[in-house]
Design a protein around this ligand. Structure first.
Ligand SMILES: Cc1ncc(COP(=O)(O)O)c(C=O)c1O
Length: 398
């Protein structure tokens, strides 16, 4: 199919759930992708924080090839060696003691909410079921994850929504203390709100959440679907806050493009799930967990995360200089290689100019540019992207 056929047939035959750019990507290598007409782009979207090791990473390609030759899928009726290995790797490198595997971020969050409610019911009785999350958050599109998502626009049309969810303002300690009570089963947060606009939670706020949770016997769930797996320069973003959650969810970069999700929990909390309580046919299959193990192996190599921090700081400074040059009042926000810049209503226009100039970036809510390059991006590629942004800003802000 040529580009025109892909776009025309796609518009006729694929459900119309995405506002897509007129572009079909067909090949990738490291930070670079090519479209169906052979045009080259720098990929600073990475499938929304998924291909964090870049496209066609040779070790990931080899892992997929070898695993495909060996065995792809059996069932959770039997033990899956790579699943056990990945559970060990993830728990060895986090607060957690046990892992459950699924296929996406929403499914991981759905599992986390179910686990929190099961735990609360087991230890405190059936009156403890409420989930408190943050306004502007994003936790996925399944019904419970959608209800935990503190943005009405995603919920409209799907009512009645599951009961027991409420929302508080980010970094608002007063609202936090009012919202959590004896009926709260869990508080759910993203350490940095991704889809909400790259909004950072303060250390004071997250520690207060933990204290209030402990006081009321509620669990703290951190959604690290976007911030996890090295994106912020630590393996998990909550580690910047020296915070100990009870449950953590992962997906996206854990499989570098192979679908996988995970729910991690402490021994005490995980014990609320018993055989039959939760399941997923594809969850943690041989292929997905083989890739997950390789991703973990690469990301935990000496120096990998330090490099992410250095490159993140370099890119942040470049973006800040551009913001100053074009008179933008907003500060560049984010950590590591998860960065955002408010540019006002010309956001979509900037995305489109960048596309024409060979750079893929993303815009949240029509006003915030989000930059999610692969963690393997080079300084030269950051310079090239910054030069494209410079030309683009010159056009957009002139
Ligand atoms: C923080 C967060 N949680 C959950 C999700 C949902 O993940 P998925 O699209 O894999 O269901 C996303 C997706 O962007 C996310 O950013």
């Amino acid at each position: 199919m040529n580009t025109e056929e892909i776009l025309t047939t796609g518009k006729e035959r694929v459900m119309n759930t995405y506002g897509r750019l007129p572009l079909a990507l067909v090949k990738g290598q490291g930070t670079v992708v090519w479209d169906s007409d052979g045009k080259r782009y720098l990929d600073f979207v990475t499938g929304l924080a998924v291909t964090s090791l870049g496209h066609s990473h040779p070790e990931i390609v080899e892992t997929i090839r070898q695993q495909a030759e060996q065995i792809l899928h059996t069932s959770n009726l039997y033990w899956i060696p790579n699943q056990v290995k990945l559970a060990k790797l993830l728990t060895d490198h986090s607060f957690a003691d046990r892992a459950f595997f699924c296929n996406s971020g929403a499914e991981a969050n759905e599992g986390a909410i179910k686990l929190a409610r099961k735990y609360a019911k087991k230890h405190f009785g059936s009156d403890k079921y409420k989930i408190v999350s943050l306004k502007n958050s994003f936790h996925g599109r399944t019904l419970a994850a959608l209800t935990a998502t503190g943005q009405q626009k995603y919920q409209e049309g799907y009512e009645p929504l599951p009961e027991g969810f409420s929302y508080i303002e980010i970094n608002n300690i007063e609202q936090l203390e009012e919202a959590i009570d004896a009926q709260t089963a869990a508080v759910m947060i993203e350490p940095i709100q991704g889809e909400g606009g790259v909004n950072l939670l303060t250390k004071e706020f997250v520690h207060r959440i933990k204290e209030v949770c402990v006081k009321h016997g509620a669990l703290l769930i951190v959604d690290e679907v976007q911030t996890g797996m090295g994106r912020t320069g630590k393996l998990f973003a909550h580690q910047w806050f020296e915070l100990k959650p009870d449950i953590m969810t992962l997906a996206k970069a854990l499989g570098n493009g192979v679908p996988i999700g995970a729910v991690l929990a402490t021994e005490e909390v995980a014990a609320a799930f018993q055989p039959g309580d939760h399941a997923s046919t594809f969850g943690g299959n041989h292929l997905a967990t083989a890739v997950g193990c390789k991703v973990m192996e690469i990301m935990t190599r000496e120096g990998f995360l330090t490099e992410v921090q250095i490159k993140g700081e370099y890119f942040k400074q470049k973006l800040q200089l551009l913001a100053q040059k074009y008179g933008l009042k907003a500060q560049v926000r984010g950590l590591g290689l998860m960065l955002g810049l408010s540019v006002g209503p010309c956001g979509p226009e900037i995305v489109s100019y960048c596309l024409q100039n060979g750079l893929l970036i993303n815009c949240i809510g029509g006003t915030v540019l989000r930059f999610l390059p692969p963690l393997t991006v080079t300084i030269e590629e950051i310079d090239e992207a910054s030069a494209i942004l410079d030309r683009t800003f010159a056009r957009a802000f002139s």
